[in-house]
Design a protein around this ligand. Sequence first.
Ligand code: MG
Length: 376
Amino acid sequence: MTTAAIIVAAGRGLRAGGGTPKQWRPLAGRRVADWTIDQFQGQVDQIVLVLSEDDRDAWAEFENSDLILAKGGSDRAGSVRNGLDALLPYGVHRVLIHDVARPCVDLQTIQQVLEALEIHPAAAPGLTVTDALWTGNSSIVTGTQDRAGLFAAQTPQGFHYDAIVSAHAAHTGGAADDVEVARAAGLDVAIVPGNADNIKITRPEDFARAERILGTDMDVRLGNGYDVHRFGDGDHVILCGVKVPHDRGLQGHSDADVGMHAVTDAIYGALAQGDIGQHFPPSDPQWKGAASEIFLRHAVELAGQMGYKISNVDCTLVCEYPKIGPHAPAMRNEMARIMDLSADQVSIKATTSERLGFTGRSEGIASLATACLVKS
Ligand code: MG
Protein backbone atom coordinates (compact mmCIF):
# COMPACT_ATOMS: atom_id res chain seq x y z
CA MET A 1 0.00 0.00 0.00
CA THR A 2 1.67 3.22 -1.16
CA THR A 3 0.96 6.32 0.84
CA ALA A 4 1.75 9.91 -0.06
CA ALA A 5 1.37 13.28 1.56
CA ILE A 6 0.62 16.54 -0.21
CA ILE A 7 1.81 19.58 1.72
CA VAL A 8 0.08 22.65 0.41
CA ALA A 9 2.59 25.50 0.68
CA ALA A 10 1.61 27.77 -2.20
CA GLY A 11 -0.40 30.31 -0.16
CA ARG A 12 0.85 33.83 0.36
CA GLY A 13 -0.16 33.76 4.06
CA LEU A 14 0.63 37.41 4.71
CA ARG A 15 -2.01 37.78 7.44
CA ALA A 16 0.55 36.27 9.81
CA GLY A 17 2.73 39.36 9.33
CA GLY A 18 6.46 39.56 8.72
CA GLY A 19 6.24 40.42 5.01
CA THR A 20 7.24 36.88 3.97
CA PRO A 21 4.74 34.06 3.38
CA LYS A 22 4.32 32.36 6.76
CA GLN A 23 5.64 28.97 5.62
CA TRP A 24 9.08 30.52 5.04
CA ARG A 25 9.22 32.44 8.29
CA PRO A 26 11.43 31.25 11.16
CA LEU A 27 9.91 29.15 13.93
CA ALA A 28 11.95 27.76 16.84
CA GLY A 29 15.20 27.87 14.88
CA ARG A 30 13.90 26.54 11.55
CA ARG A 31 11.22 27.57 9.07
CA VAL A 32 7.56 26.67 9.45
CA ALA A 33 7.71 24.50 6.30
CA ASP A 34 10.76 22.56 7.59
CA TRP A 35 8.91 21.50 10.75
CA THR A 36 5.86 20.46 8.73
CA ILE A 37 7.80 18.47 6.11
CA ASP A 38 9.82 16.72 8.83
CA GLN A 39 6.70 15.38 10.51
CA PHE A 40 5.76 13.47 7.35
CA GLN A 41 9.25 12.17 6.55
CA GLY A 42 9.31 8.47 7.34
CA GLN A 43 5.51 8.31 7.75
CA VAL A 44 4.68 8.17 4.03
CA ASP A 45 6.37 6.91 0.85
CA GLN A 46 6.18 10.14 -1.16
CA ILE A 47 5.84 13.78 -0.20
CA VAL A 48 4.57 16.38 -2.67
CA LEU A 49 5.34 19.98 -1.81
CA VAL A 50 3.03 22.40 -3.64
CA LEU A 51 4.86 25.70 -4.15
CA SER A 52 3.93 29.06 -5.55
CA GLU A 53 5.77 29.94 -8.75
CA ASP A 54 6.83 33.13 -6.93
CA ASP A 55 8.82 31.20 -4.32
CA ARG A 56 11.84 30.78 -6.60
CA ASP A 57 14.28 30.23 -3.73
CA ALA A 58 12.17 27.34 -2.46
CA TRP A 59 12.02 25.76 -5.94
CA ALA A 60 15.81 25.97 -6.19
CA GLU A 61 16.28 24.64 -2.68
CA PHE A 62 14.00 21.61 -2.96
CA GLU A 63 14.69 20.78 -6.61
CA ASN A 64 17.29 18.14 -5.76
CA SER A 65 15.62 16.88 -2.57
CA ASP A 66 13.57 13.69 -2.35
CA LEU A 67 10.35 15.75 -2.39
CA ILE A 68 8.11 15.91 -5.47
CA LEU A 69 7.39 19.52 -6.37
CA ALA A 70 4.11 20.79 -7.82
CA LYS A 71 2.98 24.24 -8.87
CA GLY A 72 0.35 26.11 -6.89
CA GLY A 73 -3.05 26.69 -8.48
CA SER A 74 -5.20 29.80 -8.53
CA ASP A 75 -6.80 28.71 -5.24
CA ARG A 76 -6.24 26.04 -2.60
CA ALA A 77 -8.33 23.44 -4.45
CA GLY A 78 -6.29 24.09 -7.60
CA SER A 79 -3.08 23.57 -5.65
CA VAL A 80 -4.36 20.27 -4.27
CA ARG A 81 -5.36 19.12 -7.78
CA ASN A 82 -1.84 19.88 -9.02
CA GLY A 83 -0.43 17.92 -6.09
CA LEU A 84 -2.69 14.96 -6.89
CA ASP A 85 -1.64 15.11 -10.57
CA ALA A 86 2.03 15.06 -9.57
CA LEU A 87 1.40 11.72 -7.83
CA LEU A 88 -0.10 10.04 -10.91
CA PRO A 89 3.09 8.12 -11.88
CA TYR A 90 3.63 6.74 -8.37
CA GLY A 91 0.78 4.22 -7.99
CA VAL A 92 -0.44 5.83 -4.79
CA HIS A 93 -3.27 4.19 -2.81
CA ARG A 94 -3.74 6.66 0.03
CA VAL A 95 -2.98 10.35 0.23
CA LEU A 96 -2.82 12.77 3.13
CA ILE A 97 -3.45 16.43 2.34
CA HIS A 98 -1.95 18.85 4.84
CA ASP A 99 -1.64 22.59 5.31
CA VAL A 100 1.98 23.71 5.58
CA ALA A 101 0.85 26.19 8.25
CA ARG A 102 0.23 23.33 10.72
CA PRO A 103 3.82 22.56 11.75
CA CYS A 104 2.84 21.13 15.16
CA VAL A 105 0.98 18.12 13.73
CA ASP A 106 1.86 15.05 15.80
CA LEU A 107 2.67 11.56 14.57
CA GLN A 108 -0.30 10.07 16.43
CA THR A 109 -2.75 12.21 14.47
CA ILE A 110 -1.11 11.18 11.18
CA GLN A 111 -1.26 7.50 12.17
CA GLN A 112 -4.89 7.70 13.27
CA VAL A 113 -5.90 9.19 9.92
CA LEU A 114 -4.01 6.43 8.07
CA GLU A 115 -5.60 3.72 10.23
CA ALA A 116 -9.09 5.09 9.59
CA LEU A 117 -8.39 4.84 5.83
CA GLU A 118 -8.19 1.05 6.20
CA ILE A 119 -11.97 1.10 6.66
CA HIS A 120 -13.16 4.44 5.25
CA PRO A 121 -12.53 6.18 1.90
CA ALA A 122 -11.80 9.43 3.75
CA ALA A 123 -10.81 10.46 7.27
CA ALA A 124 -9.77 13.67 8.97
CA PRO A 125 -8.96 14.94 12.46
CA GLY A 126 -11.64 17.03 14.13
CA LEU A 127 -11.66 18.69 17.53
CA THR A 128 -14.92 18.75 19.44
CA VAL A 129 -15.88 22.33 20.15
CA THR A 130 -15.77 23.00 23.90
CA ASP A 131 -16.22 26.79 24.00
CA ALA A 132 -19.75 28.16 24.01
CA LEU A 133 -20.57 29.56 20.57
CA TRP A 134 -22.20 32.86 19.76
CA THR A 135 -23.34 34.54 16.67
CA GLY A 136 -22.64 38.24 16.51
CA ASN A 137 -21.65 41.24 14.52
CA SER A 138 -18.29 42.84 15.24
CA SER A 139 -19.25 44.11 18.71
CA ILE A 140 -22.60 42.68 19.83
CA VAL A 141 -23.71 39.11 20.54
CA THR A 142 -26.76 38.46 18.42
CA GLY A 143 -27.45 34.90 19.46
CA THR A 144 -26.06 31.63 20.76
CA GLN A 145 -25.32 28.48 18.85
CA ASP A 146 -25.65 24.92 20.13
CA ARG A 147 -22.16 23.38 19.95
CA ALA A 148 -23.39 19.77 20.09
CA GLY A 149 -22.18 17.91 17.01
CA LEU A 150 -19.78 20.66 15.95
CA PHE A 151 -16.12 19.97 15.18
CA ALA A 152 -13.20 22.19 14.32
CA ALA A 153 -11.58 20.71 11.20
CA GLN A 154 -7.84 20.02 11.09
CA THR A 155 -5.41 18.45 8.65
CA PRO A 156 -3.96 16.08 7.49
CA GLN A 157 -7.12 14.98 5.74
CA GLY A 158 -6.71 11.49 4.31
CA PHE A 159 -8.32 9.89 1.26
CA HIS A 160 -8.18 6.91 -0.99
CA TYR A 161 -6.25 8.40 -3.88
CA ASP A 162 -8.58 7.48 -6.76
CA ALA A 163 -11.63 8.66 -4.82
CA ILE A 164 -10.26 12.13 -4.04
CA VAL A 165 -8.89 12.56 -7.59
CA SER A 166 -12.41 11.90 -8.96
CA ALA A 167 -13.97 14.15 -6.31
CA HIS A 168 -11.68 17.05 -7.20
CA ALA A 169 -12.25 16.51 -10.94
CA ALA A 170 -16.00 16.72 -10.41
CA HIS A 171 -15.92 19.67 -8.01
CA THR A 172 -16.77 23.14 -9.18
CA GLY A 173 -16.61 26.31 -7.15
CA GLY A 174 -14.74 26.89 -3.93
CA ALA A 175 -14.28 24.61 -0.96
CA ALA A 176 -13.08 25.27 2.59
CA ASP A 177 -11.10 22.05 2.59
CA ASP A 178 -10.80 18.64 0.94
CA VAL A 179 -13.40 17.11 3.24
CA GLU A 180 -15.94 19.44 1.63
CA VAL A 181 -14.82 18.27 -1.82
CA ALA A 182 -15.02 14.62 -0.74
CA ARG A 183 -18.48 15.00 0.78
CA ALA A 184 -19.75 16.76 -2.33
CA ALA A 185 -18.73 13.62 -4.22
CA GLY A 186 -20.68 11.46 -1.77
CA LEU A 187 -17.70 10.05 0.17
CA ASP A 188 -18.13 9.15 3.85
CA VAL A 189 -15.54 10.99 5.91
CA ALA A 190 -14.55 9.44 9.25
CA ILE A 191 -13.63 11.78 12.10
CA VAL A 192 -10.53 10.87 14.12
CA PRO A 193 -9.60 12.76 17.28
CA GLY A 194 -7.82 16.03 16.55
CA ASN A 195 -5.07 17.47 18.72
CA ALA A 196 -5.41 20.92 20.28
CA ASP A 197 -1.70 21.52 19.62
CA ASN A 198 -2.17 21.01 15.86
CA ILE A 199 -2.80 24.72 15.38
CA LYS A 200 -2.88 26.53 12.06
CA ILE A 201 -0.54 29.50 12.05
CA THR A 202 -2.71 32.36 10.87
CA ARG A 203 -2.06 35.45 12.98
CA PRO A 204 1.26 36.94 14.19
CA GLU A 205 0.74 35.68 17.76
CA ASP A 206 0.37 32.09 16.52
CA PHE A 207 4.15 31.91 16.01
CA ALA A 208 4.81 32.30 19.75
CA ARG A 209 2.18 29.66 20.50
CA ALA A 210 3.66 27.22 17.97
CA GLU A 211 7.13 27.82 19.43
CA ARG A 212 5.83 26.94 22.87
CA ILE A 213 4.25 23.74 21.55
CA LEU A 214 7.35 22.68 19.59
CA GLY A 215 9.62 23.76 22.43
CA THR A 216 8.06 21.32 24.88
CA ASP A 217 9.53 18.47 22.85
CA MET A 218 12.92 20.10 22.48
CA ASP A 219 15.67 18.08 24.09
CA VAL A 220 18.99 19.91 24.04
CA ARG A 221 21.99 18.34 25.74
CA LEU A 222 25.38 19.75 26.61
CA GLY A 223 28.49 17.79 27.44
CA ASN A 224 31.99 18.80 28.39
CA GLY A 225 35.31 17.02 27.95
CA TYR A 226 38.77 17.60 29.36
CA ASP A 227 42.01 15.82 28.51
CA VAL A 228 45.75 16.14 29.06
CA HIS A 229 48.69 14.43 27.41
CA ARG A 230 52.32 14.72 28.43
CA PHE A 231 55.13 15.70 26.06
CA GLY A 232 57.81 13.12 25.29
CA ASP A 233 60.23 12.42 22.49
CA GLY A 234 59.07 12.97 18.94
CA ASP A 235 59.00 15.33 15.99
CA HIS A 236 55.26 16.02 15.70
CA VAL A 237 51.98 16.02 17.58
CA ILE A 238 48.53 15.06 16.29
CA LEU A 239 45.90 17.60 17.31
CA CYS A 240 42.28 17.40 16.16
CA GLY A 241 43.31 14.94 13.49
CA VAL A 242 46.05 17.12 12.00
CA LYS A 243 49.77 16.30 12.12
CA VAL A 244 51.61 19.36 13.43
CA PRO A 245 55.44 19.41 13.30
CA HIS A 246 56.98 20.04 16.73
CA ASP A 247 60.24 19.27 18.49
CA ARG A 248 58.42 16.95 20.89
CA GLY A 249 55.63 14.39 20.65
CA LEU A 250 52.67 13.64 22.92
CA GLN A 251 52.67 10.43 24.92
CA GLY A 252 49.62 8.26 25.26
CA HIS A 253 48.17 4.88 24.67
CA SER A 254 46.55 5.88 21.39
CA ASP A 255 47.81 8.63 19.06
CA ALA A 256 47.47 11.04 22.04
CA ASP A 257 45.22 13.46 20.15
CA VAL A 258 44.25 15.48 23.17
CA GLY A 259 41.82 17.72 21.29
CA MET A 260 39.92 14.88 19.68
CA HIS A 261 39.74 13.08 23.02
CA ALA A 262 38.19 16.11 24.72
CA VAL A 263 35.57 16.46 21.95
CA THR A 264 34.81 12.73 22.09
CA ASP A 265 34.32 12.91 25.85
CA ALA A 266 32.08 15.96 25.45
CA ILE A 267 29.78 13.93 23.16
CA TYR A 268 29.77 10.96 25.52
CA GLY A 269 29.08 13.42 28.33
CA ALA A 270 26.06 14.94 26.56
CA LEU A 271 24.69 11.43 26.10
CA ALA A 272 25.51 10.51 29.72
CA GLN A 273 27.40 7.53 28.29
CA GLY A 274 30.63 7.60 30.26
CA ASP A 275 33.94 8.48 28.63
CA ILE A 276 36.54 7.19 26.17
CA GLY A 277 38.27 5.06 28.83
CA GLN A 278 35.04 3.19 29.44
CA HIS A 279 34.38 2.43 25.76
CA PHE A 280 38.02 1.86 24.79
CA PRO A 281 39.89 0.67 27.90
CA PRO A 282 43.62 1.63 27.89
CA SER A 283 44.27 -1.86 29.28
CA ASP A 284 43.10 -3.33 25.96
CA PRO A 285 46.17 -3.69 23.67
CA GLN A 286 44.07 -3.35 20.50
CA TRP A 287 43.80 0.44 21.07
CA LYS A 288 47.58 0.94 21.40
CA GLY A 289 48.60 3.59 18.86
CA ALA A 290 45.02 3.69 17.55
CA ALA A 291 43.89 6.66 15.48
CA SER A 292 41.58 8.66 17.73
CA GLU A 293 39.16 8.98 14.80
CA ILE A 294 37.87 5.53 15.87
CA PHE A 295 36.81 6.93 19.25
CA LEU A 296 35.21 10.05 17.83
CA ARG A 297 33.32 8.08 15.17
CA HIS A 298 32.02 5.77 17.88
CA ALA A 299 30.70 8.68 19.96
CA VAL A 300 29.05 10.26 16.89
CA GLU A 301 27.41 6.97 15.90
CA LEU A 302 26.19 6.42 19.46
CA ALA A 303 24.60 9.89 19.37
CA GLY A 304 22.81 8.98 16.12
CA GLN A 305 21.60 5.67 17.55
CA MET A 306 20.20 7.49 20.57
CA GLY A 307 18.35 9.94 18.30
CA TYR A 308 20.59 12.99 18.74
CA LYS A 309 22.13 15.29 16.17
CA ILE A 310 25.31 17.16 17.00
CA SER A 311 24.53 20.84 16.73
CA ASN A 312 28.04 22.16 17.34
CA VAL A 313 31.29 21.43 19.14
CA ASP A 314 33.79 23.91 20.57
CA CYS A 315 37.32 22.84 21.49
CA THR A 316 40.11 24.82 23.18
CA LEU A 317 43.71 23.61 23.13
CA VAL A 318 45.93 24.92 25.95
CA CYS A 319 49.66 25.11 25.19
CA GLU A 320 52.51 27.55 24.62
CA TYR A 321 53.81 25.59 21.58
CA PRO A 322 53.19 24.50 18.91
CA LYS A 323 51.23 27.49 17.63
CA ILE A 324 47.73 26.29 16.77
CA GLY A 325 46.36 29.22 14.76
CA PRO A 326 47.88 28.33 11.38
CA HIS A 327 46.52 24.76 11.67
CA ALA A 328 43.06 25.60 13.04
CA PRO A 329 41.26 25.67 9.65
CA ALA A 330 42.62 22.22 8.74
CA MET A 331 41.62 20.95 12.20
CA ARG A 332 38.07 22.24 11.80
CA ASN A 333 37.76 20.59 8.40
CA GLU A 334 39.13 17.29 9.64
CA MET A 335 36.93 17.23 12.75
CA ALA A 336 33.89 18.17 10.64
CA ARG A 337 34.66 15.38 8.17
CA ILE A 338 34.87 12.75 10.92
CA MET A 339 31.66 13.95 12.58
CA ASP A 340 29.69 14.47 9.33
CA LEU A 341 29.23 18.14 10.20
CA SER A 342 29.97 21.28 8.27
CA ALA A 343 33.06 23.24 9.31
CA ASP A 344 30.92 26.08 10.66
CA GLN A 345 29.59 23.69 13.33
CA VAL A 346 33.12 23.08 14.60
CA SER A 347 35.21 25.59 16.53
CA ILE A 348 38.89 24.97 17.28
CA LYS A 349 40.71 27.63 19.23
CA ALA A 350 43.78 27.85 21.41
CA THR A 351 45.15 29.70 24.35
CA THR A 352 48.41 29.74 26.27
CA SER A 353 48.37 29.69 30.05
CA GLU A 354 50.79 32.63 30.35
CA ARG A 355 53.67 30.25 31.08
CA LEU A 356 51.93 29.16 34.29
CA GLY A 357 51.36 25.58 35.37
CA PHE A 358 52.22 22.40 33.49
CA THR A 359 51.00 23.74 30.14
CA GLY A 360 52.94 26.97 30.74
CA ARG A 361 56.09 24.97 31.44
CA SER A 362 55.44 23.02 28.20
CA GLU A 363 55.18 19.70 30.03
CA GLY A 364 52.08 18.76 28.08
CA ILE A 365 48.97 19.96 26.26
CA ALA A 366 45.49 20.23 27.79
CA SER A 367 42.22 20.49 25.95
CA LEU A 368 38.65 21.40 26.88
CA ALA A 369 35.60 20.81 24.73
CA THR A 370 31.86 21.40 24.76
CA ALA A 371 29.34 19.60 22.58
CA CYS A 372 25.70 20.53 22.01
CA LEU A 373 23.35 17.74 20.93
CA VAL A 374 19.72 18.12 19.90
CA LYS A 375 17.14 15.34 19.79
CA SER A 376 16.31 14.84 16.13
MG1 MG B 1 43.41 11.27 26.05
